[in-house]
Ligand binder design. Structure first.
Ligand SMILES: [Zn+2]
Ligand SMILES: [Zn+2]
Length: 322
């Protein structure tokens, strides 16, 4: 315990009047704190995951909480030996998670938030259906036992799947969950709009459930969008649900294929990893551009020429008011 770095995961649906101006100022603030990661800013709020020294992350959280717009942010904090990102991106987009549901404001109406312990208590009832709001590559690595999953590669496809849910579960209580809770804000609101009456969402997502409810009945690992790729959340009754892509034995060691052209992201066991030298197949093993395998299956992106100031637009002299 007490590792030097923190990894933060957070979001906030709150009106931001001038997203571009906010973005620039926020980017500079993150640079000053030596944070790395990805932050999306929009008129509807912000969505971020960053890493930095613990004291810098603490300063960041304190500053955010001191701003009335962001006072309600529920930061999910993990400790780490090092940064979990190689770069810093602060970008503006139309939505903080692309759903196409621009008309929905979760501050007006959304599914009822359940604390991890409430979710745990409700999820196995007969009149309840647990729905995973994440994409196929995420729930393949890990999901709640008995959860309904959607055949989607991206969250923007979710609205198309609601008819299927209606046909099967119209009269059930719906409990939604995702990684950190952000997707469920709009997804549960959309389910209410579509006529579902009892809709709940896991507040803080799988990550918070791991911390506060021991991750009970979450099978496999939780996919995350940083260098860790997937994290353990279940300390109560963990189970491996994925199998080695090569030999089929149960294994949850996620790697990228060492052939950069393939780069397939799958589970490969330790033994097959060494036998295929980090590749997913013999063809990939023989590929001329195959990267050297160090046993991790993780390949740092090319960092030459990266400058943390990249993406930060300094105002032109003429714009500066004196
Ligand atoms: Zn294997
Ligand atoms: Zn491959």
């Amino acid at each position: 315990m007490n590792k030097p770095y923190s990894i933060l995961l957070y979001y906030c649906y709150t009106p931001i009047e001038d997203p571009e101006a906010f973005r620039e100022q926020h980017h500079l603030f993150c640079l000053e704190l030596n944070l790395l990661g990805r932050i999306i800013v929009s008129k509807e709020g912000l969505n971020g995951t960053v890493s930095g020294l613990k004291e810098d992350c603490d300063k960041y959280m304190a500053a955010m909480h001191a701003d009335p717009r962001f006072a309600k942010i529920d930061f999910k904090v993990d400790e780490s030996d090092k940064h979990a990102f190689a770069k810093l991106h602060v970008r503006t987009k139309a939505e903080i998670v692309h759903s196409g549901l621009l008309h929905i404001d979760p501050n007006v109406r959304t599914g009822k938030h359940l604390a991890p312990k409430e979710f745990k208590e409700m999820k196995d009832r007969d009149d309840v259906v647990v729905v995973d709001m994440r994409s196929d590559y995420e729930y393949t690595v890990g999901r709640f036992k008995n959860a309904v999953t959607l055949d989607i590669e991206n969250f923007r496809e979710f609205p198309e799947k609601v008819e299927e849910l209606k046909e099967k579960f119209k009269d059930k209580k719906i409990l939604t969950y995702c990684t950190g809770g952000i997707k469920c804000e709009k997804a549960s609101a959309f389910l209410l709009e579509q006529g579902f009456e009892d809709v709940y969402q896991l507040h803080g997502g799988i990550i918070k459930y791991g911390k506060e409810a021991g991750g009970e009945d979450f099978e496999g690992k939780c996919y995350v969008f940083d260098n860790r790729v997937a994290v353990d959340v279940n300390s109560v009754n963990p189970k491996v649900i994925s199998t080695c892509h090569v030999c089929g034995t149960p294994d949850d060691r996620m790697v990228n294929c060492a052939n950069p052209v393939c780069n397939l992201h799958v589970a490969i066991c330790e033994k097959c990893g060494w036998e295929l030298d980090g590749a997913c197949s013999t063809e990939c093993k023989e590929h001329p551009e195959k990267r050297p395998y160090d046993g991790t299956g993780y390949y740092q992106k090319e960092m030459n020429g990266y400058n943390p100031l990249k993406g930060f637009n300094r105002k032109k002299k003429t714009d500066v008011q004196v």
